[in-house]
Ligand binder design. Structure first.
Ligand SMILES: [Mn+2]
Length: 250
């Protein structure tokens, strides 16, 4: 990394929710942010739930998000590396991003090293203790048979049904669930601390909680949660030395 280069992180945009019309101003704001970071970004990590619902049929993808997709294409074509991690709302993403945008898609946390700092990066869903209901639901959703079944529903019906269920699902419907649970109860804090028992990491970077957080989990280890682009409009930036969570004001 050059001293004037930055690595950026953002997650939980939930575009498309609660309605395309209400999502649109947030999409514009995100596009403006992407345009700004274009100057010094060397890598952009998108840590999941970019879309409130996404499904790839063999020849068809959902309508919408065209400005976001276009801007991502522009960044990518200008030489900025982009990595995408699926969240629980877009876990059905297949190879569209890889083929169309040349953006690799990960479904599990991955380790990266930048400037001798070790990062563990992912969306953060289903990690750590608890969250049993969600873990069960994820098994159903990732089951090849359910996926096959869903694919053969007509998209006008399938997407409508999925959008209904997604918006009804707690995370987008309000901030009732998004309360800090305390360091001893935050699943991703516990998960990070457990990971540190076997290996050193400088940074754990996750989304999913919709709550910006920077919490020390070890001597030289920090857990960072990126917040969201619904109410916080926060992102992470690594300058080669330290990782900060910043609010995008525009
Ligand atoms: Mn989310």
């Amino acid at each position: 990394m050059n001293t004037n280069q930055r690595i950026y992180f953002a997650s939980d945009q939930h575009f498309g929710a609660p309605t395309p019309e209400l999502s649109f101003p947030r999409e514009q704001k995100f596009v403006a942010w992407l345009d700004e970071i274009k100057q010094d970004a060397t890598i952009l990590f998108l840590l999941g739930d970019l879309f409130d619902f996404w499904f790839e049929y063999k020849t068809v993808v959902p309508k919408g998000f065209i400005r976001v997709l276009g801007k991502l294409a522009e960044l990518r074509d200008s030489g900025i590396t982009i990595y995408f991690f699926t969240g629980n709302h877009d876990l059905w993403m297949s190879d569209y991003f890889e083929k169309e945008l040349n953006i690799p898609v990960f479904h599990k946390p991955q380790q990266f090293t930048f400037n001798n700092k070790v990062f563990l990066i992912g969306h953060g869903d289903g990690l750590g203790p608890g969250d049993k209901g969600y873990k069960r639901m994820k098994k159903v959703f990732t089951n090849p048979f359910s996926k096959w079944l869903f694919r053969w529903l007509h998209p006008d019906l399938g997407v409508k049904l999925a959008q209904y269920l997604s918006v009804k699902n707690k995370l987008i419907s309000g901030d009732a669930d998004v309360k800090f649970l305390g360091e001893e109860n935050e699943w991703l804090v516990l998960y990070s601390k457990r990971k540190l028992e076997t290996k050193h990491y400088d940074y754990f970077v996750f989304g999913h909680r919709h709550l910006p957080m920077t919490i020390k989990v070890g001597e030289n280890s920090t857990y960072v949660n990126l917040g969201d682009w619904i109410g916080y409009f926060t992102y992470g930036v690594f300058d080669g030395e330290k990782l900060e969570v910043i609010e995008y004001k525009k």
